[in-house]
Structures are given as structure tokens and as C-alpha cells.
Design a protein around this ligand. Structure first.
Ligand code: SF4
Ligand code: SF4
Length: 251
């Protein structure tokens, strides 16, 4: 079967144990105001334009015959400034698995495994489960918001070696305001993960004034309990990607 991804990162050292290859699934049910991968919001491929380099020569707006350009109404191959790229490609599970395995070969025994990130990998469940089967034998990890039906969450993490899960806001209404969804399902999955015995790490992005308040961090400390918990500094580099996608960065 096919799924949509927007990136593959080799030699990743912050996406689970060891040196890994991370594959970024396109599509996420959340809309965190601070998300640094806005190209992961929607599942369909998107045009990204480096407006700051554009000379407004108009060349890309002239009709072309490349099939891959037609959905975007602009020629992707003619820009003298390389302003145009497409984020997202549809891939067959088997082909993707082969591509990923090739990335592991040069590292030999030093290879740490594969990580499924995004976007939200659980947003393409059938594709994810098939890819997990194709990569059987390798150490596998997921980076997830935890926003998924309980049964799916349990099925997937049972097949993995390590789970990295976000914990953003303890209060459900504040969670809804900042991400578009309440946190009840997330906290239910979090509780399951904690008692599952599966090696895991909780992560909290320290978004100023939203996530990093003493009150929220104290409540998250209660929620994560004895589990490993990492607090991530706010990534200020996200704004440029929003511009390239024609979206507004509201934080
Ligand atoms: S071809 Fe490139 S420089 Fe010219 S209008 Fe298109 S994006 Fe801008
Ligand atoms: S859950 Fe992650 S990928 Fe989805 S919008 Fe939030 S930060 Fe972005």
C-alpha cells in the first residue's frame, strides 16, 4: 500500500537511541501553533516557495507539460533561483522499506534503528503498520503526539522498541486552544504507555507563555511521574517554513 511522507533524515541522533534514520509522515490531526513542521499538517503534497529569493520573472507561471507540475499550476523545473519545491511524496511501503534499509547499511552495527515521525505517524495507521512489518528485525521507534484511538495506539507500540511521546499541556481546554484538540485521549494513551513496560521518553516543548508556565510544568511532572521526561527549548526557526507554504505563523 502507499502512504505520504515529507522527509527522510539519516544520521539522526535526537530521535531515539543511537544513530537512526527518521522518516517523516505527512499529515497530523493537531494544529499546534508552534509546530516547526507545518508541511506535516496536511497529507497531500504541497508547493513550497522561497518568496525571499523570487525575482517575479513569471517563468514558472508559463504552461509546461510536466505531469508532476500540473497539480500546482506552476513549472517546478524552470526557476532560475530554485525557489520552488514540493513537500510530500507518495511511496509504496516496500519501496520505502528498501530505501530505509539502504540508509542503515553504511553504519553496520552502529546503526540504532528507524524512527517514525511527522506530522503524526499514527494518522496513517495502515501504512504505518505495514511499514513496521517490512522493517521487522530492526529497532523501531515512534515520535507521536499520542492523539490516536486507544486500540490503535496499543497495537502500534506493542510492535515497537521505543516510544517518544509529547506532553504539551495538562489542562484539556488550554490544550484545545493551543493544538485544536483536547488531551483526554492523549492522557489515556500516556497512562497506558507508562504501565506497559515499553521503554519510553516524554517530551515537552517549552513554548513561552503557553507551555513553559510553572503551573503547567508542575502538572506535567505529576502526569509523567517516574518516566524519563525531556524539556525541549523553543525552536525559533519555524517561521520561514510557514512563509514558504503561504501560511501565517501565529506565535
Ligand atoms: S520562476 Fe522563480 S523567480 Fe521567477 S517568478 Fe517563478 S518563483 Fe519567482
Ligand atoms: S502534533 Fe507535532 S506535528 Fe502535529 S501539529 Fe503538533 S507539533 Fe506539529
Amino acid at each position: 500500500m502507499t502512504g505520504t511522507i515529507f522527509d527522510i533524515k539519516e544520521m539522526a541522533v535526537h530521535d531515539g537511541p543511537g544513530i537512526r534514520t527518521t522518516v517523516f509522515f505527512k499529515g497530523c490531526p493537531l494544529r499546534c501553533h508552534w509546530c516547526h513542521n507545518p508541511e506535516g499538517f496536511t497529507q497531500k503534497p504541497q508547493l513550497m516557495v522561497k518568496e525571499n529569493r523570487c525575482r517575479h520573472c513569471g517563468l514558472c507561471f508559463k504552461p509546461c507539460n510536466h505531469p508532476e507540475c500540473q497539480p500546482f499550476g506552476r513549472c517546478l523545473h524552470i526557476c532560475p533561483e530554485n525557489c520552488l519545491t514540493v513537500s510530500g511524496r507518495t511511496v509504496e511501503t516496500k519501496e520505502l522499506a528498501e530505501e530505509l534499509k539502504k540508509s542503515a547499511e553504511p553504519l553496520g552495527d552502529a546503526f540504532g534503528g528507524f524512527t517514525f515521525s511527522g506530522g503524526e505517524p499514527l494518522f496513517q495507521p495502515a501504512f504505518l503498520l505495514e511499514l513496521i512489518d517490512e522493517l521487522k528485525g530492526f529497532p523501531l521507534c515512534i515520535e507521536t503526539s499520542g492523539y490516536a484511538a486507544g486500540e490503535l495506539f496499543r497495537t502500534v507500540i506493542d510492535k515497537l522498541d521505543f516510544v517518544i511521546m509529547d506532553v504539551k499541556l495538562a489542562d484539556s481546554e488550554k490544550h484545545r486552544q493551543a493544538t485544536g484538540v483536547g488531551n483526554e485521549q492523549i492522557l489515556e494513551n500516556l497512562r497506558f504507555l507508562k504501565q506497559s513496560g515499553k521503554p519510553h521518553l516524554f517530551r515537552t516543548p517549552l513554548i513561552p507563555g503557553i507551555v513553559d508556565t510553572p503551573e503547567n510544568l508542575a502538572a506535567i511532572r505529576e502526569i509523567v511521574g517516574d518516566s524519563e521526561w525531556e524539556q525541549l527549548p523553543y525552536n525559533t526557526m519555524a517561521g520561514a517554513k510557514y512563509k514558504m507554504l503561504g501560511m501565517e505563523y501565529t506565535i
